[in-house]
Design a protein around this ligand. Sequence first.
Ligand code: FAD
Length: 513
Amino acid sequence: MRRIVIVGNGMAGSRLVAMLRARAPSADLAMTVFGAEPGRPYNRLLLSNVLAGVADPEQIGLLDPAWYRQNGVDARLGVEVTAIDRSRKIVRAADGGETAYDTLVLATGSAPIVPPLPGLRPMAPGVVAFRTVDDCRAILRGARRARTAVVVGGGLLGLEAARGLAGRGLAVTVVHLADHLMERQLDPEAGGVLARTLDRLGIQVRVATQLTGVLTETAAAQSPDAGGLEPAAGGPEPAAGEPEPAAGERVRGVQLAGGTVLDADLVVLACGIRPEVGLARAAGLTIERGVVVDDRLATLDDPDIHAIGECAQHRGTVYGLVAPAWEQAAVLADLLTGADGRARYTGSRQVTRLKAASVELAAMGDTAATDDDAEVVRFADPTRGTYKKIVVRDDRLVGAILLGETSTAGTLSQLYDRAAPLPADRLGLLFGGLAAGATTVASDPAGAPETATVCHCNNVTKAAVRACWDAGARTTGDIAEHTRATTGCGGCHADIGAILTWLGRRQTAPSPA
Ligand SMILES: Cc1cc2nc3c(=O)[nH]c(=O)nc-3n(C[C@H](O)[C@H](O)[C@H](O)COP(=O)(O)OP(=O)(O)OC[C@H]3O[C@@H](n4cnc5c(N)ncnc54)[C@H](O)[C@@H]3O)c2cc1C
């Protein structure tokens, strides 16, 4: 019997475990999975929804302990792997145990970057780096007693955190080092429009601004308004039995380059992530930004060790989104079980959507092109918070930004995913209803092509949803069970619903004869 050990039980590791078991029974494949975080794995994407108050931590769990038992998987939850001994083919864990493997998979994800600044090493009470469910709980505890928050980092994660905190009634300032928000996904003009939108929602944005330190209670005790605080309006009540923070233990503000001080009762760090490669490095595996893997997701130095998810670097890219991690898990499950020995991972196209109430934003590909070969079509209405742009090369969509109004996001991501030739009516691609030959799944499920990707996190097409229907699936839950659509960021619920409604109507409609 083959022994597979998986280190990391997050989004990639837990998905791999489920996919391996779906392809191979326990008689053929013994599996052990280590997860440093206590408890069952959970959907990390939905932590933003927990912060925003639209989901509970209890609702975002993935595989539960009973599943592991029923499927013969040895799940070591809350146990960190501390070393890999490649010569003996064992991993050593923090509990002192040694576990032998034939195949080892690293799915250790990333750790938040914490700048080496005063107040951050060690982290002052009231400062939280946002990555795990425990971080989320700590932020919620802090938010109960806070009136003002500073979010450090104006990327996707920082803005989702800022919106969630503003929705809970806190006065929020985002401090961002780069010249504009979400600089990896947006061009400067879109970043500016987004900052104005956030301002209207009560979130102040300071770009090109460097944090130089976090002020603790001693430093800010000199501040005239460092008095007692009331909980923020609309914030959740403290949980019964939860200890009140001791007086004088709260963060009081942040300091910026140039000396400006911003008051803050809560500081959330979202300054970027760094792949967790410590184990792999110590084991002598090739590391660049992540653990370098080939198209079989095997490390360059050891064919029995693989890496997937945010800790892996494939063809020079380290991905920070769930869809690539899950595509990698599917390829590796095929290879390790022999379900498809020719499966190869060749890279993923990245589509980003912001999950923040009252801020519609979708971005994909290369949006900052300025070269002569790029055809750029743009529309900006900053006072209404609208900015739309497509970048076209060789008649193919290579990048897009939709901000403020995203009705054509589905169409654009289909065209981007498939690298399909674009309709001549470029403007129609920016504004819903005008796009010649291109339809959105939600607005026209019948007209959308069968190959249209409905769920980007799980790479599920309209054809796959229809195949489920033909096999008897009737609800979104049925579709999720068969295809996993809707189980990632959840942004495709409306599309799946629209397809099901359309298929239902087709079934009940009288035949033309
Ligand atoms: C709040 C938030 C919102 C997000 N929203 C989106 C979104 O909308 N769309 C999107 O595509 N992506 C989003 N992401 C990113 C997405 O969550 C990640 O890309 C995804 O989780 C990567 O999966 P992973 O398994 O590689 O890493 P993780 O999910 O981080 O899992 C890694 C796991 O490995 C464990 N581990 C590490 N080292 C060890 C060890 N030595 N021993 C045992 N266990 C170990 C860690 O504790 C962790 O549980 C979001 C992330 C956050 C934090």
